[in-house]
Design a protein. Structure first.
Length: 387
C-alpha cells in the first residue's frame, strides 16, 4: 500500500488526520477518534522514510537531517491537499497528515455563527481564532478570508506554515507566503507586510513576543490583522497575550490590546448525537466598550465571561455554555456530551433541569432570543446546519 492509497482511503472516510508510524497500520482520525485502516499492512521504518523523503525537496531533506523534524505540504491532484509534519521518534521516521480540502468552505457549510460574517468585514483591528489543535481554527480563518475576498476590494497578505487552503483572487488580491520558502519567520514576514500596502494581514500563528508585538502595531496602524492562538477561551487568550510581555510592559500592552481587539472566536468540536460527524461549539467575544474595559483593567479581566454571556442579544456574542445549550436543545448533541464540554458543568446542569442560577440574566436573554419559531428555524440552519 503506497502513500497515495493510504491518503485516498482517509479522505473517502472523511478523516481529519492520518498517522503513519513504524510497526503500525496507518491510523486515521475520524470524528475525533483514531481508527486503523482495516486490512492495511503494518508499515516498516524503511518504507516510511522513503515515503517522507519522496515528498521533500533538497532543502527540506537537509532541514530534517539537521533538526529531525520538518513541516511541509503535499497534494494529490483531484483528491485533496495535506499539511504534513514529519519527525523522528525512537530513531525512525513518523508522519502526521492533516487533510485540507481543495475548496475553501463557506460559513454556511461550517455551521458558524452569522456574526463572523460581520466581523470579517471590519476594516481594522485584531481578530483572533483560538482553540486546541484540530478544532478548525485554520478552516475558520480561511472562510473569513474567502468572505472578504468575495465582498471587498483588498490587498490580503497571508503568512502560513505551511500554506493550507489555496485562495484565488476574486474582488481582492491575495498573496500567500509560506515559512521556509517565501520568508524565514512570521515576525520577518509581518514586518515586511507593513511595507506591501496591505488591507488585511493573516498570520498563521502568533508564536512569540516579536510576532505578537508586530501584530498589535499593525492592527493599531489601520490594518485588519487575523491570527490564531492555542487558547481555550477569550479570557485565557487575553491573559496569554499579556503574559508574553515582561511585567514592566504589560500595562501598555493591556491598553494597546483593548484598543485594537475586534473579536475572539474560540472553538471546540463536539460529537453529534446521531454519530454523523461533529458540530462546532463556538464562543464569540466582540470588542464592545465593556469588553475593552475588562481587558484594560487587570482586576476586571475575570469578568469577561459574564460580559460575553450578557451580550447575546445586543452584540451577537455567546459563551461556550450558551452555544452548547443551543446545540443540546436542538438535539444535535447529547446531554452527557454537552455537560462534558461545558465550562461550568454545575451551572449547566442546573439550567437544563430548570433551576435558575444566580447569574441567570444572561441565560434568560439567550433563551428569549431563540423562542420565536422563525428565528429558531433560521438559526438552526444558519448556525448549525439542518442536520
Amino acid at each position: 500500500m503506497d502513500l497515495n492509497d493510504i491518503l485516498t482511503i482517509a479522505v473517502k472516510a472523511r478523516g481529519s488526520d492520518v498517522h503513519i508510524k513504524a510497526g503500525l497500520q496507518p491510523i486515521v482520525r475520524i470524528d475525533g477518534k483514531l481508527r486503523p485502516i482495516p486490512n492495511a499492512p503494518r508499515m516498516s521504518a524503511d518504507a516510511i522514510r522513503d515515503m517522507a523523503y519522496t515528498m521533500m525537496n533538497e532543502k527540506q531533506k537537509k532541514h530534517f537531517d539537521e533538526f529531525f523534524e520538518v513541516d511541509l505540504s503535499y497534494g494529490i491532484p483531484g483528491l485533496s491537499r495535506f499539511r504534513v509534519s514529519a519527525y523522528s521518534q525512537r530513531g525512525s521516521v513518523a508522519m502526521v497528515f492533516r487533510i485540507i480540502a481543495f475548496g475553501v468552505p463557506a460559513f454556511g457549510a461550517l455551521n458558524l455563527p452569522p456574526i463572523l460574517e460581520k466581523l470579517s468585514l471590519e476594516e481594522r483591528g485584531l481578530i483572533l481564532v483560538t482553540g486546541t489543535t484540530g478544532c478548525g481554527k485554520s478552516t475558520t480563518l480561511a472562510a473569513m478570508i474567502d468572505y472578504i475576498n468575495e465582498n471587498r476590494t483588498c490587498n490580503i497578505i497571508t503568512v502560513e506554515d505551511p500554506v493550507e487552503y489555496l485562495h484565488k483572487d476574486k474582488k481582492s488580491i491575495i498573496s500567500q507566503r509560506e515559512i521556509g520558502f517565501d520568508t524565514l519567520t512570521f515576525a520577518n514576514a509581518l514586518k515586511s507586510a507593513l511595507r506591501q500596502d496591505p488591507d488585511v494581514i493573516l498570520v498563521g500563528e502568533m508564536r512569540d513576543l516579536e510576532t505578537i508585538e508586530t501584530a498589535l502595531t499593525a492592527a493599531e496602524t489601520g490594518h485588519l490583522v487575523m491570527s490564531t492562538l492555542h487558547t481555550l477561551d477569550a479570557a485565557e487568550t487575553v491573559n496569554r497575550i499579556i503574559s508574553v510581555f515582561p511585567p514592566y510592559h504589560q500595562r501598555q500592552v493591556r491598553m494597546q490590546l483593548s484598543n485594537v481587539i475586534k473579536g475572539v472566536i474560540s472553538q471546540r468540536l463536539v460529537p453529534r448525537a446521531d454519530g454523523k460527524g461533529r458540530v462546532p461549539a463556538v464562543e464569540v467575544m466582540i470588542g464592545t466598550a465593556r469588553v475593552r474595559e475588562c481587558i484594560d483593567d487587570k482586576e476586571k479581566t475575570k469578568q469577561l465571561p459574564e460580559a460575553i454571556a450578557q451580550g447575546v442579544i445586543s452584540y451577537g456574542m455567546q459563551t461556550f455554555d450558551q452555544s452548547l445549550m443551543s446545540l443540546y436543545t436542538r438535539k444535535l448533541i447529547t446531554y452527557e456530551e454537552a455537560l462534558r464540554q461545558s465550562s461550568n458543568p454545575d451551572d449547566f446542569a442546573l439550567k437544563v433541569s430548570g433551576i435558575s442560577s444566580t447569574s441567570d440574566l444572561s441565560w434568560d436573554q439567550f433563551e428569549y432570543k431563540e423562542k420565536p419559531e422563525e428565528e429558531e428555524k433560521k438559526m438552526t440552519i444558519d448556525r448549525f446546519g439542518d442536520g
